[in-house]
Design a binder for this molecule. Structure first.
Ligand code: ATP
Length: 317
C-alpha cells in the first residue's frame, strides 16, 4: 500500500485586524499570516479497509471524528467517492510538535497536509486552488496552510493574496502547555466590547481590507525589513486576551524588555506569544533568559524562523 509523509508547518499572525461582522456569524478579518519552521509530521497511507484511522502521539489531540485530519479525509471521501472506493481507506499518523490550541493553526495545517496527501495517494491531480477551496470548507486557516509563506488573508481568513516571502527571520515562541484560550470566546468577547467600532457597509469593509495592501507592515515585508516589521506587528485580539490572561500579558512584557527583541505579539487568539529577534544567537539568549525568569516546566519555549512554504512532501513509499 502506498504512503506519503508530509511536513505541516505552523503559522503566526504578523497582523490581525477585526473589521466587521459577517452574515454567516464569522468576523471580517484582515490578517497577515506567516509560516514558521515549527512543524508536525504527518503520514497518510492507503489501507484495504474502507475506514479512516487516526493515530497521534499527543495526549491532548483526539483521534476520533473531531480531529481535523479525520474530517479532511472524510471530506475527500465524500468529494471523490470513486477514487475512495478504488484506493481503499486512509490511515493517518500525526507526530505533533506544534503546541496544541495555541493560535498557531496546528489542526489546520494537519488538515491541509491530509488534503495534499490524499490528492497524491489517489492521483487526483488537484490544483493548489482546488485544494485550498476544499480546505475552506473545513476551516478558515486551512487554505493558507496549503502553500504557506507570507500572505494577506481577508474575509474569514480564507481569501489569500501572497506577499514576497520572508526567509530566516528568527522568532522565539512561548506557550504555556496547559493554558488554552477558546477562539470563539475571544471573538465573542471582542464583539461585546468593540462591536460598536465595526464597519457596517460593504464598501467600507472592502476599502479597509484593500488598504492593508498599502499599509506600513506590507511595505516593511516588501523591503524584508525585520526591524520595521517587528514594530508594526498588530493583533486586535490582544485587547481581550491580555487583560483576561495574566500569564500571556507577563510573557508579552518580558519579551519586550529583552535585548535583541525587535517586537513581540500574541499569535491568533493566543495564548502563544512570539518575539521577532535579530539573530539566531540572540534568539537562543532570549529563550534562555525567559526560561530563567519563568522556571515553570509548563512553559514551552521554541526558537524558530520564518519559512517560505506550506505543506511539503518529506517522503513517499
Ligand atoms: P487556530 O490557530 O487555527 O485557531 P489553534 O492552533 O489555536 O488553531 P489547534 O492546535 O488546531 O488550535 O487545536 C484546537 C483544538 O482542536 C484542540 O483543543 C484539539 O482538541 C482539537 N484538534 C482537532 N484536530 C487537531 C489536530 N490535528 N491537531 C491539534 N488539535 C486538534
Amino acid at each position: 500500500m502506498r504512503s506519503y509523509t508530509l511536513i505541516a508547518p505552523a503559522k503566526i499572525n504578523l497582523y490581525l485586524e477585526i473589521i466587521g461582522d459577517r452574515p454567516d456569524g464569522y468576523h471580517e478579518l484582515v490578517m497577515i499570516l506567516q509560516s514558521i519552521d515549527l512543524a508536525d509530521k504527518i503520514s497518510v497511507r492507503a489501507i484495504s479497509e474502507q475506514i479512516i484511522r487516526v493515530h497521534c502521539n499527543h495526549p491532548q489531540v483526539p483521534t476520533d471524528k473531531t480531529n481535523l485530519v479525520y474530517r479532511a479525509a472524510e471530506l475527500m471521501t465524500k468529494q471523490f467517492p470513486e477514487a475512495a472506493a478504488k484506493h481503499g481507506g486512509v490511515e493517518i499518523t500525526l507526530e505533533k510538535n506544534i503546541p496544541v490550541a495555541a493560535g498557531l493553526a496546528g489542526g489546520s495545517t494537519n488538515a491541509a497536509a491530509v488534503l495534499v496527501g490524499i490528492d497524491l495517494l489517489w492521483n487526483l491531480g488537484l490544483t493548489q486552488t482546488e485544494i485550498e477551496e476544499l480546505g475552506a470548507i473545513l476551516g478558515s486557516d486551512i487554505p493558507f496552510c496549503v502553500a504557506g509563506g507570507t500572505a494577506i488573508a481577508t474575509g474569514r481568513g480564507e481569501q489569500l493574496a501572497p506577499l514576497p516571502s520572508l526567509d530566516h527571520i528568527y522568532i522565539v515562541l512561548a506557550k504555556y502547555r496547559s493554558l488554552e484560550v477558546s477562539t470563539p470566546w475571544a471573538y465573542k468577547t471582542y464583539r461585546q466590547e468593540f462591536g460598536h467600532t465595526y464597519l457596517k457597509n460593504t464598501e467600507d469593509l472592502a476599502a479597509r481590507a484593500a488598504a492593508v495592501h498599502s499599509g506600513e507592515i506590507v511595505k516593511a515585508i516588501v523591503h524584508k525589513d525585520a526591524t520595521e516589521i517587528a514594530q508594526k506587528l498588530h493583533n486586535d485580539l490582544e485587547r481581550v486576551v491580555l487583560p483576561a490572561y495574566s500569564q500571556v500579558m507577563q510573557l508579552r512584557e518580558l519579551f519586550a524588555t529583552q535585548p535583541g527583541v525587535l517586537g513581540t505579539m500574541m499569535s491568533g487568539s493566543g495564548p502563544s506569544v512570539f518575539a521577532i529577534v535579530e539573530s539566531e544567537a540572540q534568539a537562543q539568549a532570549v529563550k534562555q533568559y525567559i526560561r530563567k525568569a519563568i522556571p515553570d516546566e509548563d512553559l514551552e519555549l521554541f526558537v524558530t524562523r520564518t519559512i517560505t512554504h506550506g505543506i511539503q512532501i518529506a517522503s513517499s513509499i
